[in-house]
Design a binder for this molecule. Structure first.
Ligand SMILES: [Zn+2]
Length: 687
């Protein structure tokens, strides 16, 4: 995991970066500037600077007008601003961009440091959280920086003088741009969209409400009964949908009695997505629920069941919450004029890969011939025909040379404290393949902190600051699970350090999108045993390929259902929750019937609709298979003796488009070929 502002995911992403100069005068507009004032500003600037600047003038004035609100001034103020702030000379343009770069690095960097300090008690293991900290958690100075840049007209200066680019512009022309053109292009992402605070707050509230709904949606497994009244799960087992349910289902492979438990969990999931689940059965220890018959009974015979009629189904709350996200997201469309849908913001702005291309990548996995072979292998290992819930088959485990408790001992002895992990960083990075001097340079820029949770990586924002690795070390020392996560987070930190401190232009800091960050962290994580000095299992790479292919196959379909539902919503904006439910279920069945039914031999399964991300992290799911695809493509390239140098080279490219970044990293665009080839090799020797 990497720390990102979660509300930015998908829906809100367009706000910090929408697009396009050519489209600036088309589409929905929120401008307060009259056509007359716009033409007058253009005419006045052309009279001063001449027609050779005409194209830049027309584009710049239109870019400003589109985002100029009544509170920014009247028509007279608009034309006066344009006349006074147009920059004609190239040297002055370059100097202006460089000045904005220097200032914004400090502004964003310091605000990030303030926020890190504010959040220290909730992020780090510093003892009880006090009343001040509970209130400070929602104190965020950075929340209105961008709006302040508009109010002070800094944003308008940039909009008047530099082009705002769409993904289409970058895909068409980006390969020919130099680093300055790329930096200026990225600079403008920030000013591309401007939305009223109330619209943003509406979206934040909708997502927060969705988050709450999901967080409180737990199933009392200890209260589930079979049709014969038998309880299959232990007392007090309470699981969140869908993560907890799925992980529980996956954890039983290989155990006696697994099948009955797994079928019951799948039945629960079906009841949830159809909203047939009795309202009284959600997170209620007072009732017994039989997912097969859908009957609810009080735990103690004769006791009343709280709430309405016990068998009353949950109203379509899941879909009402989803619908509220849609309406809140759609309210933003007018303010992101050139990425004017949540889908465009998710794919073109956030992910920077056209939706059609993402879909083609997913379909190349979903329809790959390797899937059928892999499914046959799984059925053979299970000794039974596959059932639909086997999309969550989890039996890809390397033949480990050491047990987890042995590994716990090795890790605990080496890292008894957080400080011990910090001290070992230069040596660990050297074992990873970085030159000694480079390993020291990296270790100097990474601070290891004791984490309250499982751990996370928090990069720096300005170059004078350091990245932070948050990891959990108990009194008995670090355990293997904690170490495995820490190595993943260290991968994030190393990428963050190279892509900030090791880069020529701050505006280009980072990697193209979230899937790249995760891919680079996974590549570190996969080498955790090797850098611990413990021999990795010989079949580790094969097992990883098979597991990654099966997981990508599973989530790839889920991502198609998610995106399909949003397309349906844009076509049916007045839909009721019940209509959305039927549309989502129809989409789940359709995707299932096309890509899963031929493998599982069963039609019309709706399990793909169970993911909670669809409700609380809209349009995020495609990042998981993309992460696997990108990780395989990169790890093929990074293997071997040049790991350190190659990792540094690819991480220092900066925030180009995913396509350009990958071409210069491995010599080819994003492709599922390396993953499929690795899986084919593994299938050839798998038993
Ligand atoms: Zn991560």
């Amino acid at each position: 995991m990497r720390v990102v502002t979660l509300v930015l995911l998908g829906l809100l992403a367009g706000l910090v970066a929408a697009t396009c100069a050519a489209g600036a005068t088309t589409g929905p507009t929120t401008s307060s500037v009259s056509e007359t004032a716009l033409n007058a500003a253009v005419a006045r600037l052309i009279a001063t600077h001449g027609e050779p600047e005409g194209e830049r003038i027309r584009r710049g004035v239109a870019q400003v007008a589109l985002r100029w609100w009544a509170e920014d001034g009247d028509d007279g103020a608009f034309t006066a601003f344009c006349a006074a702030n147009f920059i004609a000379g190239d040297a002055e343009l370059a100097a202006t961009a460089a000045r904005l770069e220097a200032v914004l690095e400090q502004v964003d960097g310091h605000l990030h440091e303030v926020r890190r300090e504010v959040l220290t008690p909730s992020d780090l293991d510093t003892g009880p959280i006090g009343p001040a900290d509970r209130l400070l958690a929602s104190f965020d100075l950075a929340a209105h920086t961008d709006e302040d840049l508009f109010r002070t007209k800094v944003a308008f200066l940039a909009l008047l003088n530099f082009p705002v680019h769409s993904l289409a512009d970058r895909l068409a022309n980006g390969a020919a741009w130099d680093r300055r053109a790329w930096a200026e292009s990225r600079m403008m992402d920030r000013f591309a969209s401007r939305a009223p605070a109330a619209v943003l707050a509406g979206l934040t509230d909708a997502l927060a409400n969705a988050d709450r709904y999901v967080a409180e949606y737990n199933i009392r497994m200890d209260r589930l009964v079979t049709a014969d009244g038998e309880r299959l799960f232990p007392e007090r087992l309470r699981l969140i949908s869908h993560w907890g349910l799925r992980d529980e289902l996956a954890s039983h492979y290989g155990e006696p009695g697994a099948l009955a438990k797994q079928r019951m969990i799948a039945r629960v999931m079906e009841r949830i997505v159809r909203q047939e689940i009795p309202a009284a059965a959600i997170d209620n220890a007072g009732v017994l629920w039989c997912p097969d018959t859908n009957e609810v009974k009080p735990v103690s015979p004769g006791a009343p069941v709280a709430g309405a009629h016990p068998a009353a189904r949950e109203p379509d709350t899941r879909y009402a919450v989803w619908l509220a996200n849609f309406h809140a997201g759609r309210a933003l469309d007018a303010y992101t004029p050139t990425a004017p849908t949540a889908l465009a913001r998710s794919f073109e702005v956030d992910r920077q890969i056209p939706e059609k291309e993402v879909e083609a990548l997913l379909v190349s996995i979903l329809g790959a011939p390797e899937i059928g072979d892999l499914a046959r292998l799984i059925a053979k290992r299970l000794g039974r025909p596959l059932e639909p819930f086997d999309i969550w088959y989890s039996g890809f485990r390397p033949r480990a040379a050491r047990s987890e408790s042995e590994l716990d001992r090795v890790v605990g002895a080496r890292y008894p404290t957080v400080a011990a992990f910090q001290r070992d960083l230069p040596a660990l990075l050297a074992r990873m393949g970085f030159a000694a001097e480079k390993a020291r340079w990296l270790a100097d820029r990474i601070v290891v902190d004791p984490s309250r949770g499982a751990g996370h990586a928090m990069g720096a924002v300005r170059r004078e600051d350091k990245a932070h690795l948050r990891t959990r070390v108990d009194a008995a020392g670090m355990n293997y699970k904690g170490y495995n996560i820490a190595v993943h987070e260290l991968g994030h930190n190393v990428e963050q350090t190279f892509s900030l401190d090791g880069i020529d232009r701050w505006f280009l800091a980072g990697v193209p999108d979230n899937a790249f960050t995760e891919a680079l962290a996974m590549i570190f994580q996969d080498r955790d045993l090797e850098v611990l000095g413990v021999a990795a299992p010989a079949d580790a790479r094969d097992v990883e390929a098979l597991g990654a292919l099966w997981a990508s196959y599973e989530i790839g379909g889920v991502a198609l259902v998610d995106a399909g539902a949003w397309h349906w919503l844009y076509d049916h904006p007045d839909a009721t929750p019940a209509q959305l439910r039927e549309a989502v279920l129809a989409s789940a069945r359709e995707v299932w019937n096309r890509y899963y039914a031929p493998v599982f031999g069963r039609n019309d399964v709706e399990l793909l609709a169970i993911y909670s991300h669809m409700v609380s992290y809209p349009l995020y799911l495609a990042d998981y298979p993309l992460g696997h695809i990108i990780a395989f493509q990169l790890s093929e390239k990074l293997r071997g003796g040049t790991f350190g140098a190659e990792f540094e080279r690819v991480a220092r490219q900066g925030r180009l488009t995913p396509d350009l970044w990958m071409k210069s990293a491995v010599g080819a665009p994003i492709s599922t070929k390396p993953l499929l080839e690795a899986a084919r090799r593994a299938l050839a020797v798998a038993r």
